[in-house]
Design a protein around this ligand. Structure first.
Ligand code: ATP
Ligand code: MN
Length: 478
């Protein structure tokens, strides 16, 4: 299948055998005795060194071998003369597929800020940092499918376009083919969505869960893994307008099973990244250590690999929302009025509260359960007391909420009651409600924002840097 990748060539035993390299120049260095070209094709963080002799090629050719140019090099794979690599290539021919004029090519071999790289998202995959992130992202996605496949889950493709606004009141992107300059009106003057493509209002989905539940009521264990969209205008380092969500849904799972599943799932996929992405994780760890050098001792983070192993090896702390509020009320930042948002039973925890629990109090991932029903979705199973629901949020250091899940209300009357309570028109959800009429079953599920997982594993600090082409307010360039 095509030429050998640089990753494979770097692992080969050098026996002066002929090799062909295809890739992009990272650096070129000319000395009196040799011209060194570091080439990378994205298959690995490591470059391969190609060595040519001065005078071996015309000056015009060597001049256009600059950072960013794409080359085909043929030569012999030999043991490396220099230190730092086991093999190198003795160059016999160079073909320039595409030059990259150094006067205008924006990626030069020096450190660029992540903000600047976001402005050139079409080129940033060519940097070491983004190459590493994209390979880790791939490995994690693959591990997700592997995890569920190995455990009897079926991958269910839920729709991207939806007509139900079950969760995200006011946070959805509208899908329409109406001519915005000639909006059809009803006699009362309202927009006539009957003339729209679907004959009704439609939006991009905020979650595949409701359809996922329909799947679980037939296949028992399903998962979705697809794009979701939220038009929330939150310019944070943890929110995207378009992100990928993994949502397993399991018949016959209660809250306890759901927590076990979520914990085992994140641990397993993180462990697989540790196993399969060593070089890239090492690179990112060093990058973070480099950044930390400028910080005072007490603000430095623990090394990335250590942090990941810690999460894999230790049980998550489990407690109820009510217990968490008690801890927060007794906490130093609360007493000293250091929290920006007030603490009290009934509040929706903000990320400063979540991070206090995880980073300061327990110093490990935390699963919070049994939240007040007022701050959670209508479909969560009511507790006996009628005040709290069988919700669970998994909170991670540096991130806050990484997973949100619950046991679902399987009782038709109770669910309908909640639908009315929160003011949803049951007509819009007749198909969802019917699952509770026909062969209902206890079931549970959760949603993991894939980018938040990638954020955690790569140790990056902005979610815009862990998806190839991020979508956020006022930004959809690439
Ligand atoms: P948050 O409070 O952080 O906004 P949420 O309560 O809105 O999260 P859920 O609706 O429970 O989140 O969604 C499930 C998961 O999807 C979250 O745990 C998180 O990992 C992820 N997620 C939610 N919103 C976003 C977003 N805008 N960008 C990226 N990931 C997100
Ligand atoms: Mn949110």
């Amino acid at each position: 299948m095509g030429p050998l990748q640089i990753k494979e060539i770097l692992q080969a035993t050098p026996e002066n055998q002929p090799v062909t390299l295809k890739g992009w120049v990272r650096t070129k260095r000319e000395s009196k005795n040799a011209i060194f070209i570091a080439l990378n094709d994205g298959s690995t963080i490591h470059n391969i060194q190609a060595v040519a002799q001065p005078g071996q090629f015309p000056d015009e050719l060597i001049q256009i071998v600059t950072t960013g140019a794409c080359l085909k090099i043929t030569g012999q794979l030999v043991e490396s003369q220099g230190s730092g690599q086991a093999v190198e290539v003795k160059v016999e021919s160079i073909e320039v597929y595409g030059a990259a004029d150094p006067d205008v090519y924006p990626l030069q071999p020096k450190k660029h800020s992540l903000e600047f790289l976001r402005e050139i998202a079409h080129l940033r995959p060519r940097t070491n940092t983004f190459g590493a992130i994209l390979r880790i992202r791939h490995a994690l996605a693959f591990a997700v499918h592997q995890y569920f496949n190995d455990r009897g889950f079926f991958y269910l493709h839920t729709p991207v376009i939806t007509a139900s606004d079950a969760e995200g009141a006011g946070e959805m992107f509208r899908v329409t083919t109406l001519d915005l300059n000639k909006i059809p009106r009803t006699e009362e003057g309202a927009i006539n969505f009957k003339e729209d493509f679907f004959g009704r209002e439609a939006n991009l989905t905020v979650s595949g869960q409701l359809e996922g539940e329909l799947g679980a009521m037939a296949l028992s264990k399903i998962y979705t893994f697809g794009p979701t969209f939220r038009a929330e205008n939150s310019n944070t380092t943890r929110h995207l307008a378009e992100f990928w969500m993994i949502e397993p849904e399991m018949a016959f799972f209660e809250l306890e099973d759901n927590m076990d599943a979520a914990e085992d799932f994140v641990k397993t996929v993180i462990a697989s990244a540790l196993e399969n992405c060593k070089d890239d994780l090492n690179f990112l760890q060093n990058r973070l250590a480099e950044e930390d050098k400028n910080k005072p001792q007490n603000e430095r983070s623990i090394p990335l690999l250590e942090k990941l192993s810690f999460v894999v090896d230790n049980p998550f702390e489990r407690l109820t929302y009510t217990e968490a509020i008690e801890i927060l009320l007794k906490s130093k930042p609360h007493k000293e009025k250091k929290f920006q948002y007030p603490v009290g039973w009934g509040i929706d925890l903000s990320s400063e509260h979540e991070r206090y629990l995880v980073e300061k109090h327990f110093k490990k991932p935390v699963i919070l359960t049994n939240y007040p029903k007022e701050i959670k979705s209508f479909y969560m199973k009511l507790d006996e007391d009628g005040k709290t629901v069988r919700a669970m949020d998994v909170l991670f250091p540096g991130i806050g909420e990484i997973i949100g899940g619950s046991q679902r209300e399987e009782n038709y009357e109770k669910l309908l009651g909640r639908v009315h309570e929160v003011g949803i028109d049951p007509q819009n959800l007749w198909w969802y409600l019917e699952t509770r009429k026909f062969g209902t079953a206890p079931h549970s599920g959760f949603g993991l924002g894939f980018e938040r997982l990638v954020l955690f594993v790569t140790g990056m600090s902005n979610i815009r840097d862990v998806i190839p082409f991020p979508r956020y307010p006022k930004s959809a360039e690439f």
